[in-house]
Ligand binder design. Structure first.
Ligand code: URP
Ligand code: ZN
Ligand code: ZN
Length: 465
């Protein structure tokens, strides 16, 4: 099957130009001007006049079916990758979970079983490590060889995912040997739990207080600590879901002194704020960790994206219904399952609030959503690029289309939207995954099981300062 996508503006991290793209089978075969006029033929032609042609977006932080607080994130690999595709995201990297006392292998096998035959677009895995011991450290090497080269550890969630500094340091040292990458959830969970208990004990139990007790300085402190530990081990570190100015300043300082420090932020920290949490129990819709911050942190994050102190925007997609899941914490904010839906909205939100609003160039938009995550997580140039030989994961994107985000029309399997009623400019018209059209003009044309596991390589770029 050959598909010719003609007349579009090809936008990549490197630049923009008018060009046609020929897809042959699953890959990009040819890029050039007026290909039809030069005799190129195809089985199907897609007219992209007036539209951008961008590499499929890559979301390197999702949690399909994550167990959390006595329940499970609602999207499956089928519903989650389908929703992602509607929003122009053609690859996800999800977090497999090692449960306490079990092996990494068991956790990874469980995630393979959830995804295989179900995903509609390609996927990879990182591994959440709940125990660091001789066995799990040895298993890390095996996982690296199997294409799962990143490991998330937490300074948050004591008693659940929390690791102490010694455990984190051992895991970092292991990546010095096996070339993997440690991803850190950096908030001081022990200190947070003290403040949270003090608030709850004094009757302050509304979801709003979730946002109050997790001080920005607790994120800044933990971010500095894990960066320093990584420097001591001589390895890179990647800070996930960075939300606060305090943490960004630590990342900036580290990068300025040449440390191999990398970080992502998420749309919720760019577009939502602590104010959204202050409407009674409705605030539970916005309970995530790190929490939404006061509004004045937002422009700092945008600036961090422009200056490359933040390299990636992912979603941390982790959807729980408002009715039946978030309300587990009706009487105590500490029991609200942590996480927000967002895998479908990231590309359009960043286009509207970034490109249209003049905060990001369209090339930087593509870079933070697709090319940088591909480079950082061992997918480039197979993904994240429009180049001959790359997978034909492509999005015909209409930069002028206006629509309103709503739970009534989104495809995520969750009963609310954090962005309900927000008008955005920009939308994905046609989405291809490895050469197959999986979304066309708002209709799903893909297939459950089309998505393949991506065995990812190491990223040497991470080890250059
Ligand atoms: O609130 C969040 N972020 N939930 C998902 C788990 C995590 O920490 O990433
Ligand atoms: Zn986290
Ligand atoms: Zn997460």
């Amino acid at each position: 099957m050959r598909t010719l996508i003609a007349n579009g503006i090809v936008v990549t991290a490197e630049g923009s130009s008018g060009a046609d793209v020929l897809v042959d089978g699953e890959q990009i075969a040819l890029i050039g001007r007026d290909l039809a006029a030069t005799g190129v033929t195809a089985d199907e032609s897609i007219d992209a006049r007036g539209k951008y042609l961008i590499p499929g977006a890559i979301d390197v932080h999702t949690h399909m079916e994550l167990p959390f607080g006595g329940t499970f994130a609602k999207d499956t690999f089928e519903t989650g990758t389908r929703a992602a595709a509607f929003g122009g995201t053609t690859t996800i990297v999800d977090f497999a979970v090692q449960s306490r006392g079990k092996s990494l292998r068991e956790g990874l096998d469980a995630w393979h079983a959830k995804a295989e035959g179900n995903a509609v677009a390609d996927y990879g895995f990182h591994m959440i490590m709940s125990d660091v011991n001789d066995e799990t450290l040895a298993e890390m090497d095996t996982l690296v060889a199997e294409g799962v080269p990143d490991f998330k550890l937490f300074t948050a969630y004591p008693g659940v995912f929390f690791s102490d500094d010694g455990a984190i340091f051992r895991a970092l040292q292991q990546t010095a040997k096996n070339g993997g990458l440690i991803m850190m959830h950096a908030e001081n969970g022990l200190a947070i739990d003290i403040v949270a208990a003090q608030f709850a004990d004094s009757g302050k139990t509304d979801p709003y207080y979730h946002g109050v007790v997790r001080y920005p300085i607790f994120e800044g402190e933990a971010t500095n600590r894990v960066i320093r530990l990584a420097e001591a081990a001589g390895v890179p570190v990647y800070i996930v879901h960075l939300s606060a100015r305090d943490a960004l300043n630590e990342v900036r300082a580290a990068r300025d002194r040449g440390a191999m420090t990398f970080a992502e932020t998420c749309p919720q920290y760019l577009f939502l704020s602590l104010d959204d949490m202050g409407h009674g129990f409705e605030g539970a819709k916005f309970v995530c960790s790190p929490p939404l911050r006061p509004k004045d942190h937002q422009e700092e994050l945008w600036s961090g994206l422009r200056k490359d102190d933040l390299q990636v925007v992912s979603t941390d997609h982790c959807p729980f219904d408002f009715h039946g899941q978030k309300d587990l914490g009706k009487d105590d904010f500490r029991k609200v399952p942590n996480g927000l839906p967002g895998v479908e909205d990231r590309v359009d939100l960043l286009h509207d609030g970034g490109v249209v609003a003049g905060r990001l160039t369209r090339e930087r938009w593509v870079e933070v959503l697709s090319t940088a995550p591909a480079r950082m997580f061992g997918l480039y140039p197979r993904k994240g690029a429009i180049a001959v030989g790359s997978d034909a994961d492509l999005v015909v994107y209409d930069p002028g289309r206006k629509h309103t985000i709503s739970a009534k029309t989104h495809h995520m399997n969750v009963d609310y939207s954090c962005y309900e009623g927000r008008a955005v400019q920009g939308g994905s018209d046609v989405v291809l995954s490895r050469g197959s059209v999986i979304v066309r003009d708002g209709e799903f044309t893909g297939r459950k099981g089309h998505g393949q596991f991506l065995k990812r390589g190491l990223s040497p770029a991470l080890r250059q300062s």
